[in-house]
Ligand binder design. Structure first.
Ligand SMILES: Nc1ncnc2c1ncn2[C@@H]1O[C@H](COP(=O)(O)OP(=O)(O)O)[C@@H](O)[C@H]1O
Ligand SMILES: [Mg+2]
Length: 326
């Protein structure tokens, strides 16, 4: 947490378990797609979550929005722990936590116009008097950079970038304090991507909303985020400001990611297998050039490498952390 005071949301030792997949997965075998992750997000902060495909980014996001029930840990938000809550108890918190997905088309009802997509949540949650819904829809469209004429269009009549603008607008209808954007620009062309990133920046600056920005693209994370958390195999392995992560990476995995910056990690493939339940040791040990018997034998705890810069590596002090030349 930066020196901005009280976090808006704090994850404490959060774990999410799924039934193991695959031919030899017994019915009772479970694995932790998110394993003992602790982190906080400040009001108005953009926190990036990076890591290759399958590292648990989406699962972490869905768990903190309570779309999944965590296996362990706490989700502290507005003084309450959301982790154990049932739907009734969660209801008052739901509108405060919103999500924007990678593929906006699938998240819209194809028979609803843009107006309806935005008006329905406004009416449902009685955000404003009925007579003001229309005005409010126009204001949201303006906020996300679309002309009012777009209110009569259907989702299939919009480009990817326009749809993502509407998706962001819809997420903002309920004035959330936290927006989770999961690979929200990954499918967009580079020029459109920059526009949507700028819109997210603008939304944060003008509304003070916190954003958890999930991406496998480190360029994008560097451009948009204040702080970045690096995930590997369900573990948070490093957390720091953008400058700390990109200019002074401490974890060998972060350094490997930065070394392959131009590959964007797309198609790099995730970890082949998950460590069996109860396995000890660093999950990166089998790929790490610096691993020792200690790394295989004991899981490295998160340690403060510098102010606000945390790393989970037994050897971070010993290794020569020169920034890899990309
Ligand atoms: N609903 C689910 N049921 C079972 N396994 C899942 C489910 N969702 C994700 N997983 C598994 O959890 C791991 C993390 O997935 P995910 O959170 O989607 O990673 P990321 O978003 O970083 O690509 C992967 O091994 C994935 O196959
Ligand atoms: Mg994902």
């Amino acid at each position: 947490m930066s020196a901005q005071g009280k976090p808006l949301l704090q994850l404490e030792h959060l774990s999410v378990a799924f039934a193991a997949r695959g031919p030899d997965a017994g019915a009772s075998r479970r694995f932790r797609a998110v394993d003992d992750v602790s982190l906080g997000i400040a009001p108005g902060e953009v926190l990036g979550l990076v890591g290759e495909s399958g590292s648990g980014k989406t699962t972490l996001a869905k768990a903190l929005l309570r779309l999944y029930k965590p296996a362990a840990g706490r989700i502290v938000f507005r003084g309450a722990d959301l982790a154990p809550m049932g739907e009734r108890a969660l209801a008052p918190f739901r509108r405060d936590l919103q999500m924007v997905f990678q593929d906006p088309l699938s998240s819209f009802n194809p028979r609803h116009t843009v107006f309806e997509a935005l008006a329905i949540p406004l009416r449902l949650h009685r955000i404003c008097p009925r007579g003001e819904v229309s005005q409010r829809v126009d204001a949201i469209l303006a906020r996300v950079g679309l002309p009012a004429a777009f209110r009569d269009r259907f989702p299939h009549e919009l480009s990817g970038g326009q749809l993502q603008r509407v998706a962001i607008g819809r997420a903002l209808t309920l004035s959330p304090s936290l927006l989770v954007a999961d690979e929200a620009v990954s499918k967009l062309d580079v020029s459109i991507r920059a526009q949507i990133l700028n819109l997210l920046k603008d939304v944060r600056d003008s509304l003070g909303v916190s954003i958890i920005f999930i991406t496998h693209d480190l360029h994008v994370a560097r451009y948009l985020c204040d702080r970045v958390g690096v995930m590997y195999f369900g573990k948070l392995v490093e957390l720091g400001t953008v400058d700390q992560i990109f200019d002074a990476p401490r974890h060998p995995y972060t350094r490997a990611l930065l070394g392959t910056l131009e590959d964007e990690l797309r198609g790099a493939g995730g970890p082949e297998t998950f460590a069996p339940p109860g396995a000890t040791g660093c999950r990166y040990a089998s790929r790490c050039p610096h691993a020792t018997a200690l790394c295989v034998g004991a899981h490295p705890p998160m340690e403060a490498a510098s102010d606000g810069h945390d790393v989970a590596c037994h050897r971070w002090r010993e290794i020569d952390f020169v920034r890899p030349t990309a």
